[in-house]
Design a protein around this ligand. Structure first.
Ligand SMILES: Cc1cc2nc3c(=O)[nH]c(=O)nc-3n(C[C@H](O)[C@H](O)[C@H](O)COP(=O)(O)OP(=O)(O)OC[C@H]3O[C@@H](n4cnc5c(N)ncnc54)[C@H](O)[C@@H]3O)c2cc1C
Length: 484
């Protein structure tokens, strides 16, 4: 009997567990995650504007895993011991329980195969004053989003009384990713202010580390739109201009105060932005897992990159931007030292960014880190899980799959206003996610599959996907028909 242990039950880990369960008869599948509930994170932005309640984007995991025959351990993984220790020769993960009945209890969970799907640590501490404990809100978790909605409502009430307010939304640091989430929240807030009849009382500013609008951490993209080719920068600038939203790009937010945020830009400009309400996304790092060898020596730097993400089969050689290649990106997500360890979703260390690295005259890095959005995270989870199942069943002794982001397409629907009649969403597709100038010399991507449109249909699709993914997450009948 073999045991597959998945750490992290987010989009990547839970998708992996869904697909592996039922295929491991006679073997064991364990999922370890600190939260008892699954969060459909993309709908958090709607919680943040009061269009959904946290309960609508969360559901308990234990009953789902019981139904699937998966052992669920509600705990936080602390460290990986790929060679065992002086008590056991078997590799194990050291965990600390978070479930009410066993909170604080530590345990060793042995594994034959380990999948790290622990997602990001929200690194609010990287910017003084950033985050829900301090001077800005977030929509990265359902409780954060509920608090964002509460504070937004307070500001709206003041605007209804005739007060002018400054709304600041964007990225809270020069090294953030997840610009799409900030974009969605920004447009949903603007839509809500219109609905509440107070749009004229709001000065809305978007602040971002993207060198220009429409970069989205993927270095921007040429897109096909209405039969002609345009750039995502022009498309996005039009959307902002139509809505009267001002933007400050190429910006590193240095400090978030109660009433203003200080920033520096790529051109060396220093400034402050006034704010009565601010939603700023934090930078991400790995969740801080440690690793130890058999004699208890710390080997964290062998398994993890300095940013805390796990090293896999990428080419991590330092090379200039001009020499980056699509081939640098991992294909199997297997750790090169310990072949029974894999990392998927946000947890794997990318070889480098996708957007061009840029620095302010002070030397401050101001460029987006690479996004690993829901669709590729889910696809990686599925493909790697099914590959590990094949390894467990003896069908192969080495990875027989490939799921490179340079060979993978993605579809992204970004909500721009929640309403069944006049809501909108931007629907974007791209292939591949990581541009490949060898295969597509002109634009880096295949424009047959790289497009962008805004409209009401997008809103309906985004809303239907909310129900479809929660249905699938609960492993309800025929869940497999819902793709990643
Ligand atoms: C507000 C917002 C909106 C978004 N909207 C979209 C969208 O519209 N479309 C899209 O494609 N993407 C969207 N994304 C991105 C998407 O949510 C992520 O790409 C996706 O969640 C990544 O999946 P993951 O499994 O790697 O990480 P996560 O989904 O974050 O899952 C990580 C899991 O690991 C667990 N974990 C953490 N630490 C430990 C530990 N020490 N031990 C064990 N488990 C641990 C966590 O509790 C969690 O269960 C959005 C993101 C945000 C923040």
């Amino acid at each position: 009997m073999s045991r597959l242990v998945i750490i992290g039950a987010g989009i990547a880990g839970h998708t992996a567990a869904l697909h592996a369960s039922g295929k491991l008869k006679g073997h064991e599948l364990i999922v370890i995650s600190p939260n008892g509930k699954w969060n459909w994170i993309p709908s958090n932005i709607w919680v943040g504007v009061g269009q959904m309640k946290p309960e609508q984007v969360l559901f308990p995991l234990a009953p789902v895993y019981k139904k699937l025959g998966v052992n669920f351990i509600q705990a936080k993984a602390l460290s990986i011991h790929p060679e065992g220790d002086d008590e056991t020769a078997n590799p194990f993960v050291s965990v600390e329980y978070t479930s009410e009945d066993k909170v604080g209890v530590t345990e060793k969970v042995e594994y034959d195969y380990l999948m790290n799907a622990t997602g990001p640590k929200l690194k609010f501490e990287a910017t003084p004053g950033l985050g829900p404990e301090k001077n800005s809100v977030s929509v990265c978790t359902a409780p954060h989003a509920a608090e964002a909605s509460r504070q937004l409502n307070e500001v709206i009430e003041r605007m209804k009384k005739g007060e002018k307010k400054n709304i600041l939304i964007g990225m809270g640091h020069g090294q953030c990713t997840c610009q799409g989430a900030a974009f969605e929240y920004l447009f949903n807030v603007e839509f809500l202010l219109n609905k509440k009849g107070v749009r004229d009382k709001a000065n809305i500013v978007y602040v971002s580390n993207e060198s220009s609008l429409g970069d989205f951490g993927i270095g921007g993209s040429h897109i096909k739109k209405g039969g002609y080719i345009t750039h995502s920068r022009i498309f996005t600038e039009s959307l902002f201009t139509e809505r009267g939203i001002r933007w400050v790009t190429g910006a590193h937010v240095k400090e978030v105060g109660e009433k203003e945020a200080a920033y520096e830009t790529l051109s060396g400009e220093e400034g402050t932005l006034k704010k009565d309400f601010s939603m700023l996304i934090p930078p991400f790092s790995g969740v801080g897992l440690k690793a130890f060898n058999k004699s208890g020596e710390d080997i964290t730097s062998e398994l993890f990159a300095p940013n805390g993400f796990m090293k896999v089969d990428a080419d991590y050689t330092k090379k200039p931007y001009e020499e980056w290649s699509a081939d640098d990106w991992p294909k199997t997500y297997q750790n090169s030292t310990y072949k029974n360890i894999f990392a998927v979703g946000i947890a794997f260390a990318p070889p480098h960014t996708i957007s061009k690295p840029m620095f302010s005259p002070n030397g401050t890095p101001i460029f987006p880190t690479p996004p690993r959005t829901g669709m590729p995270s889910g696809v990686m989870g599925r493909i790697v899980a099914l590959g590990i199942v094949d390894m467990i069943k003896g069908k192969t002794d080495k990875p027989n799959w490939s799921a490179s982001m340079a060979r993978m397409g993605a579809a992204c629907i970004a909500s721009a206003g929640f309403n069944p009649f006049n809501g909108t969403a931007v629907s974007m597709t791209m292939y591949p996610i990581v541009p490949d100038y060898e295969r597509f010399p002109e634009h880096g991507r295949d424009l047959k599959y790289t497009s962008g449109e805004i409209g009401l249909a997008g809103h309906w699709i985004k809303h239907l996907l909310h129900f479809a993914f929660i249905y699938k997450g609960k492993a309800n009948p025929f869940w497999k028909v819902v793709p990643e």
